[in-house]
Design a binder for this molecule. Structure first.
Ligand code: ZLS
Ligand code: CA
Ligand code: ZN
Length: 378
């Protein structure tokens, strides 16, 4: 077994603002910030706050957001509201405003809250006052320098990595959201100081359409972007085995000073937008595996659209980073009815879609990625 790991109790910082759960993208929109409130209730009712330092982070400043985003885009985000959007109509096409990225009440405030938390988490890691920093509000990996994309307006991950790069020579970004982490990959595509690794569904059509295996980075960054394109229905065994094989080689070759792990929960089975078959245990196994390397780590949220399972998933992963084993029976909490009929941390999520990833496909994929990583050695 791994007795040593079980006794390892890392210092964990946890970032949360209650208001974050009260924002609404719109009634029909699949992104529901309320999942953050559900998650926090489970985390607190399991008593996990006793194992962490819990912080209410400050908002990111405009100046901090300018480290990545363009000034006129920031001006737009700052000034547009549902009431003033009439005056900004001509900017909507320029800034990709539409059904995926609507203008909603408090949008700019929401961006400043989730980004402020990721920036503070990065600084906390640098200061050495924690080993793992958790921000379930963050992880909005699609946002671009000049525009929002796929429910993401400000790229808190890029902002956090830019902070980490002030101190750590090399930062590893790992993304287990079902969507490709395109915004982060693009921001660091030409540098060898950030390696990005994304596992995602890819068929050329599924959003955002990028993330083919041959996108590997360019210039100095050549080979430092790793893409793991997967088909519908991938199951626990195939995914965790692939994840561990790839990440072992990545850690050995890249030797990062810090890791940022995006834990999008839309890779779980039964997700409203997702098509994978992962259980909460397998998703969490990826987090546990990364924790074992003992490298300073930032753990952030992302997608996740069947919100009762998002809350379960991120609660389980909060327990994992703390090194605390949680009983399956959910503690009593004011949102108990969300978790009917099983009231369990580990409901059955698999079985809706069949696995279209053959052994042969996964073996060939693994071989190609390990070959790419061999270019980094020596
Ligand atoms: O990674 O697939 C698309 C783009 C479209 C189809 C949908 N229409 C609305 C716009 C054009 C091609 N967008 C994806 C974005 C997925 C973002 C994932 C974010 C993350 O998990 C990180 C947080 C998409 N998939 C599903 C929808 N959009 C979608 C489903 C249902 C609705 C309601 C609200 C809006 C319009 C009707 C909407 C979007
Ligand atoms: Ca991904
Ligand atoms: Zn996603």
């Amino acid at each position: 077994g791994d007795g040593v790991v079980e006794h390892y109790r890392p210092r964990v910082s946890y970032y949360m603002r209650e208001q974050a759960g009260n924002f609404h993208y719109g009634k029909l929109h699949p992104m529901k910030p309320h999942r953050l409130t559900l998650t926090n209730h489970l985390v607190l009712n399991y008593g996990l706050h006793k194992y962490m330092d819990v912080f209410e982070p400050r908002r990111a400043t405009e100046e901090e957001i300018r480290q990545f985003h363009a000034e006129d885009y920031i001006d737009f985000l700052k000034r547009v509201t549902p009431d003033t959007q009439g005056q900004f109509q001509e900017c909507f096409a320029q800034f990709n405003i539409g059904d995926d990225c609507p203008i909603f009440d408090g949008m700019w405030d929401f961006c400043r809250i989730y980004s402020g938390a990721s920036i503070e988490a990065a600084r906390k890691l640098i200061s050495g006052s924690c080993d793992i920093a958790v921000n379930w509000m963050g992880g909005l990996h699609h946002a671009k320098k000049y525009e929002p994309s796929g429910f993401c307006y400000v790229n808190d991950i890029v902002l956090a990595i830019l902070q980490l790069l002030r101190y750590y020579p090399r930062v590893l970004y790992v993304d287990i959201d079902i969507h490709h982490g395109d915004g982060v990959q693009e921001a660091f595509y030409t540098t060898d100081r950030v390696m990005t690794v994304s596992f995602h569904k890819y068929n050329g059509d599924f959003f955002p359409g990028t993330g083919a295996i041959d996108e590997m980075g360019s210039g100095l960054g050549k080979f430092y972007a790793v893409n793991v394109p997967l088909q519908d229905g991938i199951d626990d065994r195939s995914y965790t085995q692939l994840f561990k094989t790839v990440m072992t080689s990545v850690m050995e070759t890249f030797k990062p000073g810090a890791v940022v792990l995006q834990c999008g929960a839309d890779s779980l089975g039964l997700d409203r937008l997702g098509v994978f078959n992962l259980s909460i245990a397998a998703h969490g196994e990826c987090v546990r595996f990364m924790r074992r390397f003992g490298v300073p780590m930032m753990v952030i949220g992302g997608g996740g659209y069947t919100i009762r399972n998002v809350a379960r998933c991120w609660t389980n992963e909060t327990g994992i980073v703390c090194g605390v084993e949680l009983p399956s029976e959910l503690p009593n909490n004011v949102y108990h009815e969300f978790f009917a009929p099983d009231y369990s941390l580990h409901p059955q999520l698999s079985g809706r879609v069949i696995n279209h990833n053959s052994r042969a496909y996964l073996n060939a994929l693994t071989a190609r990625i390990l070959e790419q990583l061999r270019y980094l050695k020596g």
